[in-house]
Write a protein that binds this ligand. Sequence first.
Ligand SMILES: [Zn+2]
Length: 323
Amino acid sequence: MRIAELRGPRQFVVVDAEVPTPARDELLVRVRACGVCASELSPWTGTVQVDYPARIGHEVTGTVVGLGAEATDFAVGDRVGVWATGAGYAEYVTATQEHCRPMPASVPTDVGLLEPIACASNAVELADVRLGDRVLVIGAGFMGLLVEQLVALRGVSQLIVADSRSDALALARTLGATDTVDVTQEPLEAAVHRLTGGRGVDLTFEVTGAQGALDVMGDVTQMSGTLVLVGYHQGEPRQVPLAQWNWMAFRLVNAHFRDPAVIMRGMSTGMALLATGQLDLGPLVTHRFGLDAINDAFAAAVAKPAGFVKAVVVVDHEEEQHD
Ligand SMILES: [Zn+2]
């Protein structure tokens, strides 16, 4: 089979490898697509150290083609979303059946990206968004727009989305935002003040992973409100205005999840919402690349051209015809 191996900065090479053999509790999955995750961009650009060669890729969708002896929850031919532990940019991947969820026929196989949906749904649940809340989401990238859609399902009274890209904000308005703020046009604090009658919001989700959002989120959230950290804050140390956060009695929510049981519960939640159409990833998967163009997929995810939200590497173009 073919698999993309990261050999150095900006250098995936597609190589031949043995098709992996599923262990007793594992499935062998023919990969339809693998989403390019923001957490993989630093390893690709080389700004964080990784041991080369590396086989990454964890947001997998595909079809079950083999079963370990104890993997009795699935059958050959089942469509699945997979939270892979790596090696997902390949024609085949193995995963324990606990890391897989059945994918309903109504969900296109190249958009059933379970792991990010799990993170977003767990973030919204841990933040405990209530009926009638006023909510701000800073960052309208893939995760921000996912969080936005899930917050909208909670029956909030106001859902403000802020970003510096007008195309992302236009999409945010179609996905449930009641208001959007282009931070290149108006300072966020002034805009939220204007939009909330000076009260501030009840909850602010930071989904940028950047210092700037940490600086401002306390200025736009009302006293005893909730600050939710969803962004991926790796690399350079960040600073937070702790005196303000402390004085304002904010509830701080670190919406990162490492407990596999929690992530897998989020996967089940996400798949249920995809199945009913309450959550739609279709508008969010904007860029598709073949396995041979995987470096272009990562370059797009770094450069974010106009209209970009999420790139997926589509490995098996024939898959839809097999179904
Ligand atoms: Zn991911």
